[in-house]
Design a protein around this ligand. Structure first.
Ligand SMILES: [Zn+2]
Length: 183
């Protein structure tokens, strides 16, 4: 209990620091987004891995990216629904499936079946990677599969058929993003 309280305190301290450090531009942006609504320029589907922070690695800001994060950047129903929402109602025209090196979810799928709800993720990744055994290649295959799945979903709807989708991999050590698949 004590330790958890410390972590919550750390989070709240972090928020206090964020508020203290926010300059005029930041405050203006936040208020504008709140009053006029969000107009993100890209949808990013990526992994929950703590090393992968889309806003940070793309130098993006509040209101810039519509981000869906789920372990292994898999596209289940909730994720697909989130993308559809951004494409249809926020009119975002570019989506990126962003995988990353050292992805634990892909590693778990390479090693076997996850347990509990994790299995719903490893099952999906196994469909994506097939018989691939190389870690980096499996990460890339998982991204390309995501592009294919999302493309299949968005192309069926006249309101989302013109959304561009690309696949990319983020290197958690070098910080470099490489596009590997573009439709
Ligand atoms: Zn991952």
């Amino acid at each position: 209990m004590g330790k958890n309280t410390d972590v919550v305190e750390k989070l709240l301290n972090g928020n206090r620091m964020y508020l203290e450090r926010a300059d005029g531009d930041e405050i203006k942006r936040r208020v504008k987004n709140a009053e006029e609504g969000q107009h993100p320029y890209a949808i990013v589907v990526t992994c929950s891995d703590s090393r992968v922070i889309p806003e940070k690695i793309f130098s993006a800001d509040l209101g810039d990216l519509f981000v869906i994060r789920v372990a292994g950047n898999v596209l289940g129903e909730h994720e697909a629904g989130s993308v559809e929402y951004a494409a249809e109602h926020l009119h975002v025209k570019q989506a990126v499936i962003l995988g990353h090196t050292q992805c634990g979810a892909v590693g778990a799928a390479l090693e076997g079946d996850g347990e509990g709800f994790v299995r719903t993720i490893t099952d999906e990744i196994k469909k994506a990677i097939g018989d691939e055994t190389d870690y980096d290649a499996a990460v890339r295959r998982n991204v390309c599969y995501g592009v294919k799945v999302l493309s299949g979903i968005l192309s069926k709807n006249p309101e989302t058929e013109d959304v561009n989708i690309c696949g990319a991999v983020y290197d958690v050590k070098s910080g470099l993003v490489t596009i590997i698949d573009r439709d």
